[in-house]
Write a protein of this length. Structure first.
Length: 201
């Protein structure tokens, strides 16, 4: 896209009548208007993906731009007979984000924090956690925990694939995931107003 992608969330809603398949075909022919439509249509969901891996909003916006630059470089390779465009874009974006993290040399640490919260019993109040609170808690995880949690829980990668991608063993991936889940739950509980009130009292 000419001049790069400068738009950041929030994004305007597109009409339900939009034929995204036609826009994809046009974008494969380097139609700049179609590229803009595709960006407007898919950027909100891709931004949520970027936000899960990023330290902050600014880094997420950088990831978002890189994802769509990569998309329009590779869009001719998309084959609708092999799956949905959204799923293909999501995988492409995940790989792009991981490549950007490698450039930043943010590798998965093999050492763990000395102290982790004890296992917690299921808490009904956790069901009231908002998407924003969940995003905040995920962002607060250490890099290694956040990456393994995202790849396993959200991207549905196997521990084998995660191990290959991140240069760790499968057992390390499993350990990172277990500890990430435990720490994430504690971070979510720390965000609950009742929990803060109890600590103050």
């Amino acid at each position: 896209m000419e001049g790069g992608i400068s738009m950041v969330p929030p994004f305007p809603c597109l009409p339900d009548s939009l034929n995204i398949n036609q826009q994809i075909q046009a974008a494969q022919k380097r139609d700049s208007k179609a590229e803009k439509v595709i960006f407007m249509h898919f950027a909100p969901k891709v931004f949520l993906l970027c936000r899960r891996y990023a330290i902050d909003k600014a880094e997420a916006e950088d990831f978002l731009q890189e994802c769509f630059i990569k998309l329009f470089q590779e869009i001719k390779k998309f084959d609708p007979e092999k799956g949905a465009f959204g799923a293909w874009l999501y995988r492409l974006s995940t790989n792009t984000i991981l490549q950007e993290l490698r450039k930043k040399k943010r590798r998965v640490p093999l050492s763990f924090p000395e102290r982790l919260p004890e296992p917690l019993q299921p808490d009904p109040e956790l069901e009231l956690i908002s998407d924003a609170q969940l995003q905040k808690a995920v962002s607060d995880l250490p890099d290694g925990y956040r990456m393994v949690l995202n790849l396993y829980i959200f991207e549905k990668w196997s521990h084998r694939d995660i191990a290959i991608e991140l240069g760790i063993t499968e057992s390390s991936s499993r350990s990172q995931l277990a500890r990430a889940r435990k720490l994430l739950k504690q971070l979510l509980i720390d965000q609950m107003p009742t929990h803060h009130e109890q600590r103050v009292v």
